[in-house]
Each structure stands twice: as C-alpha cells, then as structure tokens.
Design a protein around this ligand. Structure first.
Ligand code: S3P
Length: 173
C-alpha cells in the first residue's frame, strides 16, 4: 500500500508523513526531497535555474516512478503535485494507493507560511502578510478541485501531529 499525503504548502505533509510511517512501519518518502536528491539541487535552486515548467515535468516523472513501488510506503507530495498533468488521475486510479488530503484553513496556512516564505519559491516574492493571504486564498481555491479528489480528508487546524496521525490510522486500518 502507498499512503499519499496531499495538501497545500505548510499543511504538514512531511511532518505528519514521517510520524505516520513510523507508527505503521512503512517506508517514508518526501517527493520534494526525492527530487532534490535525484536532480542534485534544492527545489528553490531548480526553480531558479531551470524554471517551473522543468520542475513540473520532473515532478510528474518521479511521481510515476514512485507509484510503481511495491513496498509499503508513506509518500508526501509537494503542494502542487496533484494539480499538474495527469498526476491526480494517476493517483486516484491507482489500486494500491490511499490518498489523504490534509486540509488546513487559509488562516493557519498564512500564519505558517509567512514565517518560512523564503524556502518556498512560489511565495518568496510576496511583500507582506496581506499579499500572502490574497495569493494563498486564490491559489487554494484553484487547487481545491484537485485536493478534493483525495479518498480521505483530514482537517488539520488546531490538531497536533499525533492527533492527525491517529485519525489517519483509524480511517485506514
Ligand atoms: C510547491 C510546493 C512545494 C514544492 C515546490 C512547489 C507548490 O512543496 O514542491 O516549491 O506548487 O505548492 P511543499 O508543499 O512541500 O512546500
């Protein structure tokens, strides 16, 4: 089984994924880290040197490679992964994949991302909190169409990592 964690930047996919994998005894793969390792560059550097179109192309390729995995794995995607090409279709149609949307409110995402925007190429240029709120609001609205195709949705606002992991385990096992 592959448990795929989906959600906007800052929704906690990597943190929850690591913990979840330990609890259920699965391997853990973070797609962004996997891409960084394979491409030999940080994501922000990849955006800068090769551009977003190149990033989305390799992101789809590496996702498809990982969807072939036969070992039990928790896979945390990047925030944009489900929203490009056939990625979400391939996830939804995959027999042994369980997709989980970690749903956070605009308020929580803005608070979290304001503090770490320099690491996120898509929002690094935004001036202040109002600009971040406006950007994320629109972006989340567009992306929700894809996120909402997940097999399961967990609300993560005001939940600890342990509580989120427990909700996922309860639903899946
Ligand atoms: C992106 C999210 C990032 C990373 C890249 C693009 C996005 O991953 O893949 O910067 O389009 O939302 P995280 O969601 O892990 O930050």
């Amino acid at each position: 089984m592959i448990i795929i964690l989906i959600g906007y930047m800052g929704s906690g996919k990597s943190t929850v994924g690591k913990k979840l994998s330990k609890i259920v005894g699965f391997d853990f793969i973070d797609l962004d880290s996997y891409i960084e390792e394979k491409e030999g560059k940080k994501i922000s550097e990849l955006f800068r040197s090769k551009g977003e179109i190149y990033f989305r192309k390799v992101e789809s390729q590496y996702l498809n490679t990982l969807l072939e995995l036969k070992s039990n794995t928790v896979l945390a995607l990047g925030g944009g992964t489900p929203c490009y090409g056939d990625n979400m279709k391939n996830i939804v149609n995959h027999e042994t994949v369980k997709s989980v949307y970690l749903k956070a409110t605009l308020l929580q995402l803005t608070d979290r991302l304001e503090k770490e925007k320099s690491k996120r190429p898509l929002i690094a240029h935004l001036k202040d909190k109002d600009a971040i709120t406006e950007f994320i609001g629109k972006h989340l609205f567009e992306r929700s169409f894809f996120y909402n195709q997940s097999a399961m949705t967990i609300s993560v606002d005001n939940q600890t990592v342990d509580e989120i992991v427990a909700s996922i385990v309860l639903e899946l096992f």
